[in-house]
Design a protein around this ligand. Structure first.
Ligand SMILES: [Zn+2]
Length: 87
């Protein structure tokens, strides 16, 4: 995707601007519809399993049981929303 847009930028600057705009709009729409990303350490389960007693679990050390995190784009562009989501 990035390499493609660089090639397009060399040949047709106007087209690259349009492509960039389309990507930006798609990203903004995606942020609106899906503001969260899954937590990687717990795989989106929100639980932190014990190593010895496998049935035992507590809150994930990373997301604290929230199962996911607010996406970076939301934190940067929609600050008040990010605060509501992380609560
Ligand atoms: Zn987690």
């Amino acid at each position: 995707m990035v390499a493609g847009s660089i090639i397009v930028a060399r040949t047709e600057p106007g087209l690259a601007a349009v492509a960039g705009l389309v990507i930006a709009v798609a990203y903004a729409y995606s942020l609106r519809r899906r503001p969260m990303r899954p937590c990687r350490p717990c795989g989106g389960s929100g639980a932190n399993r014990g190593r010895f007693w496998k049935y035992a679990y507590g809150d994930c050390w990373c997301c604290h049981g929230a199962k996911g995190h607010v996406r970076l784009g939301v934190r940067v562009f929609q600050r008040s929303r990010a605060r509501q989501l992380s609560r």
